[in-house]
Design a protein around this ligand. Structure first.
Ligand code: HEC
Length: 139
């Protein structure tokens, strides 16, 4: 078989494209247990609650989740699985409060993401305030 240089380029591009697909990690966010998915935020949405959560967010979350929650924080460069865009209402509508709460407490898939659990750092009340704050990116 005769292959010309265009053919070779196409072949090369195909090989490159395929290996990319093999190595790029897929998002494998685990689902919270049923009892969490049923939960609604028990903490009142007040300016004080949001203010407290803003401070926690700036301290621990902003480097990945970004200033406005778009998931493009400075620490995400080179990450295979990046945080989702919390400014996108169509994304946030599909994620229940209890799922957000559970992931903040226990973390996401440790093999594919760098989202750790914050159960040791924050009380449940503080985590619910963070859930309010995250929702405020896509009002
Ligand atoms: C080192 C980077 C990093 C830090 C720091 C970090 N996150 Fe994440 N977070 C991620 C990534 C990446 C994901 C996506 C995980 C997935 O989709 O499975 C994620 C997912 C989440 C989710 C799950 C919602 C979803 O997208 O399905 C919530 C809620 C969340 N993070 C909140 C926080 C909060 C609150 C903090 C700070 C207390 C924080 N994160 C700190 C990287 C980070």
């Amino acid at each position: 078989m005769k292959i010309n240089s265009v053919g070779l380029l196409v072949l090369f591009a195909l090989i490159l494209g395929n290996s990319g697909a093999v190595f790029a990690a897929e998002r494998k966010t685990p689902n919270a247990p049923e009892e969490f998915l049923k939960m609604t935020n028990p903490v009142a949405l007040t300016p004080e609650a949001l203010q407290e959560a803003t401070a926690s967010y700036k301290d621990k979350c902003i480097k990945c989740h970004g200033t406005n929650g778009n998931g493009k924080g400075s620490a995400t460069k080179g990450m295979d699985v990046k945080p989702r865009d919390y400014t996108d209402k169509s994304v946030m509508e599909k994620i229940p409060d209890g799922q957000l709460f559970w992931i903040i407490l226990y973390g996401s898939d440790p093999d594919t993401t760098e989202m750790e659990g914050y159960k040791k750092k924050y009380t449940e009340e503080q985590v619910w305030k963070l859930v309010h704050f995250i929702r405020s990116f896509a009002p």
